[in-house]
Design a binder for this molecule. Structure first.
Ligand code: GFB
Length: 319
């Protein structure tokens, strides 16, 4: 992959896709194809095929398909599953038919069985039942991982796959209900600070743990793997660190400057009890995340505040 290579980020409007475009651009890659909003609809097979025919991408990062936090997964499992399946079955075969040089498919840590040993190693995939709160979404992502492996086995296709930890950062969905835990809590704490509210509710028991990775680091890892990894085994992309939701909420409160109480709501689901990726295979290749957690949270909050100022006044008022 050199700076003249024709690169496609299929899903440039997703959290990770947007970060990939930022990092690739920053590293001097000029031939970035189909930048949002000129992306085709990746769920539409004809649009996808025409795009590959017209734009002739050589390298493809496949980050497309919708995702959301635990509540979004509870409300819209069918939509999440269908659209992620459609994106996979459109883009992966099209990439093969059009003879691309390499494809990287991005899976999710929710693909691991609920009760798998920790830290999660790729050999634990498909060894047990999934966490029910994200069964549909995770099944679609597992289908994408399996399809890439099938193309490698049958056609020796140059397709690799990653499993990313819980990502956060600029361009995340900060909606208080549909967002992932960091963006959702950051927004609710900001609102509570502005309104001087005495407490903020943390969903669930606060005890589950997650492996949080700043999205710019995740994007750098994907670029690194595109250059240096070529195996049919998926590879984990995580921070190497596990934090409880309550501990995470406290750090977000410090970054936001919210001094009220944090109350757990056990009526909301916890999701998977623990989720720490074993990222040692990636670290052994020579890659490490660069951004410490608090710095990443501060950068995310700064981005959020900037969005608040530039959004339409009525949206900003709703914090
Ligand atoms: O990241 P998250 O939404 O889902 O929630 P998963 C992680 C944990 O944080 C759960 C708790 O225990 C939630 O109950 N939590 C506390 C909150 N407060 C909040 C809040 O305000 N918002 C949210 N969202 N959670 C996601 C999947 O699973 O993992 C995605 O939903 C994706 O599809 C991602 O796969 C990697 O971490 O359980």
């Amino acid at each position: 992959m050199d700076q003249q290579t024709r690169i496609l980020v299929a899903g440039g409007d997703t959290l990770l896709g947007a970060a990939l475009l930022r990092r690739l651009h920053g590293q001097g890659y000029h031939q970035l194809l189909g930048l949002p909003p000129r992306e085709p609809d990746w769920t539409d097979a004809e649009q996808v095929d025409n795009f590959f025919l017209r734009e002739r991408p050589e390298y493809v990062f496949l980050t497309g398909g919708p995702s959301g936090g635990i509540e979004e997964n509870r409300r819209y499992p069918a939509d999440l599953m269908v659209e992620n399946l459609q994106v996979a079955v459109n883009v992966i075969p099209a990439a093969f038919r059009h003879g691309i040089r390499k494809l990287l498919y991005v899976g999710s840590s929710c693909c691991y069985p609920k009760s798998a040993p920790q830290p999660l190693r790729v050999e634990y995939l498909l060894t047990g039942p999934l966490e029910p709160t994200n069964l549909a979404y995770a099944s679609a992502k597992l289908a994408g991982l399996t399809l890439c492996r099938a193309y490698r086995q049958q056609y020796d296709a140059p397709f690799i796959t990653t499993i990313t930890a819980n990502l956060f950062g600029p361009d995340d969905d900060f909606h208080p209900e549909s967002g992932h835990v960091i963006s959702g809590l950051m927004r609710r704490m900001h609102r509570a600070k502005v309104r001087a509210e005495p407490h903020v509710v943390i969903w669930g028991s606060g005890r589950p743990t997650r492996d949080f990775l700043y999205v710019d680091d995740a994007a750098d890892a994907c670029i690194f793997l595109m250059r240096h990894y070529n195996s049919e085994e998926p590879i984990n992309v995580g921070s190497g660190t596990e934090r409880s939701i309550l501990e995470t909420a406290r750090t977000i409160a410090e970054v936001v400057g919210y001094r009220g109480r944090l109350l757990c709501d056990p009526n909301r689901p916890d999701g998977m009890p623990r989720r720490l990726l074993d990222s040692s295979p990636l670290f052994d290749l020579g890659w490490r995340p660069r951004t410490d957690f608090r710095t990443a949270l501060a950068a995310t909050y700064e981005w959020f505040l900037h969005q608040q100022m530039t959004e339409e006044p009525y949206v900003a008022l709703a914090v």
